[in-house]
Design a protein around this ligand. Structure first.
Ligand code: KIV
Ligand code: ZN
Length: 507
């Protein structure tokens, strides 16, 4: 079987395009999970794009081992210098450099002739080779380029030392058979193609990203690029989990195998959704909440007789937990540890004690604690130390149009109380928190949903705040009390944008 390399770009094409600022800890948490998932390459960011990205790539390169860490650059020396610096401590560094090759990119965006594009592409690869042996070249908008010109570019960059050549369908324009033909054309018309790995990178504008990637793999590509849950620019990138499970389920048809541990797919999807704040639709293939639900009577009857009637993937294959233990306030540490292990968390000692105490508090408020509650329990803070603490809050409302919130916060050891009005309880609450913290970031989005079943369900609030620099931060809060969940989410977002640091310096 041919080996299929899996290249994850959740932290680059996924995160960057959504305008969401993930902090370094969150990116590290995702990277460690990607290692558990078994990806071969993590594209950790685009170091030249911002100091934050530089910092993240540096940290991931230093701390995440056993996997190739890749950084993106344009075909420019400054970008490549910064990327090399960011990757300095990586065990296996890769520079991903490239340039647009379609007529519209060359004429309108780059204002370069085709000859100049070839020259710049070759120069970039040669320059990157001075730093690392593993250089991937992307031919941006390859699908809308002329195949003969594309083949010329690819042949030249391979001669210059590119070890991987990425053929993106940047705008998601291809049909599956056409993308397959393009990959086939590259493989059969680039003389030195045996010296490089051919990579597929598709976007989902026409809903074809999975189909196109599979067509490219079938035609001979040996590297798959995509993101978890398909997050990314516009309609998103290829959903890695969809292609991986297609290849796994229909292994008769592709002749490739990856080293992905499919049992980590569910945990990875939930983690990415929680950290980015991008919700997975219930009907989404593989990782949607309903992907394994059988609702109609006929289907239920069928799966009870034999699962294979309506089930082509068993939920446990992608790590959807099959709990046989009910967790309640009477459960002990061992039962909790067992259920957490089923969800992919290995904890013991003091960490288990700490989680157990928080579990008991939650179990006191709910009859039964479900898997979703446990995910929340394990990730309540979103990976950051909270320096704004909600001490208490109360809401007074006349039930018609106005509400008043009184909030007590502890910020850097100082207790501050204030009150403000709003057109409803949540609005009053956020206005009060703004008064206390001096927040000026704009509330861009606020959602509330129930994350578990039963009448004592845990509410999950998501707050998106737009910073003055245009970037979004996502805050999450969980509680059985939805107003408290909202306050926690707002504070979590403020914590992430480090507003408290400004406050402390001001006072
Ligand atoms: O879609 C694309 O062309 C890209 C490249 C920058 C690799 O993301
Ligand atoms: Zn892309």
């Amino acid at each position: 079987m041919r080996k299929l390399y899996v290249f994850d770009t959740t932290l680059r094409d996924g995160e960057q395009s959504l305008g969401i600022t993930l902090n370094v800890k969150e990116k590290l948490e995702i990277s460690h999970q990607l290692v558990r998932l078994g990806v071969d390459i993590i594209e950790a960011g685009f170091p030249a794009s911002s100091p934050g990205d530089m910092e993240s790539v540096k940290t991931i390169a230093k701390e995440v081992k056993g996997v190739i860490i890749c950084g993106l650059t344009r075909a420019a020396v400054q970008d490549i210098d910064l990327c090399a610096e960011a990757l300095h401590n990586a065990e296996y560094p890769r520079i991903h450099t490239g340039i647009g090759v379609s007529p519209v990119h060359m004429e309108k965006k780059l204002k370069l002739t085709p000859d100049q594009v070839v020259e710049q592409a070759v120069a970039a690869v040669k320059y990157a080779k001075k730093y690392v042996s593993d250089v991937e070249f992307y031919a941006e908008d390859a699908f809308r380029s002329s195949p003969t010109f594309l083949a010329r570019v690819i042949e030249n960059v391979i001669s210059a030392g590119a070890t991987v050549v990425n053929i993106p369908d940047t705008v998601g324009y291809a049909n599956p058979w056409e993308y397959g033909e393009l990959i086939n054309y590259v493989i059969n018309n680039v003389k030195n193609i045996d010296r490089a790995i051919v990579s597929v990178h598709c976007h989902n504008d026409l809903g074809m990203a999975t189909a196109n990637s599979l067509a490219g793999i079938k035609a001979g590509a040996s590297q798959l690029e995509g993101t978890i849950n398909g997050i990314g620019e516009r309609a998103g990138n290829t959903s890695l989990e969809e292609v991986i499970m297609s290849i796994y389920t229909r292994r008769d048809g592709y002749g490739v195998e990856s080293k992905i541990n499919t049992r980590e797919i569910s945990a990875t999807s939930r983690l990415v959704s929680r950290i980015t704040g991008v919700t997975v639709p219930d009907h989404k293939a593989i990782v949607g909440a309903n992907a394994f639900n059988h609702a109609s009577g006929i289907h239920q009857d069928g799966v009870l007789k034999d699962r294979k009637t309506y089930e082509i993937i068993q939920p446990e294959t992608i790590g959807v937990p099959q709990n046989i233990i009910s967790l309640t306030a009477r459960s002990g540490r061992h039962a909790l540890q067992h259920c957490l292990m089923e969800l992919g968390y290995t904890i013991e000692g003091a960490q288990l004690d700490d989680v157990y105490q928080r579990f008991l508090q939650l179990a006191d408020q709910k009859k039964e604690v479900f898997d979703q509650d446990l995910y929340v329990l394990m990730g309540d803070s979103g990976g950051i130390e909270s320096s704004i603490v909600l001490q208490s809050m109360s809401i007074a409302t006349n039930g018609v149009e106005m509400a008043t919130a009184t909030v007590i916060l502890e910020i850097a050891g100082k207790t501050i109380t204030d009150a403000a009005c709003g057109n409803g309880p949540v609005n009053a609450l956020f206005n009060t928190i703004d008064r206390i913290t001096g927040n000026t970031a704009i509330l861009e989005d606020y959602t509330l949903k129930s994350v578990t079943r039963s009448s004592e369900a845990l509410g999950e609030a998501t707050v998106k705040l737009r910073n003055n620099d245009g970037r979004l931060v996502v805050g999450k809060g969980f509680s059985t009390d939805i107003i408290e969940a909202s306050a926690k989410a707002y504070i979590n977002a403020l914590d992430k944008r480090n507003l408290h640091t400004e406050l402390v310096t001001e006072s």
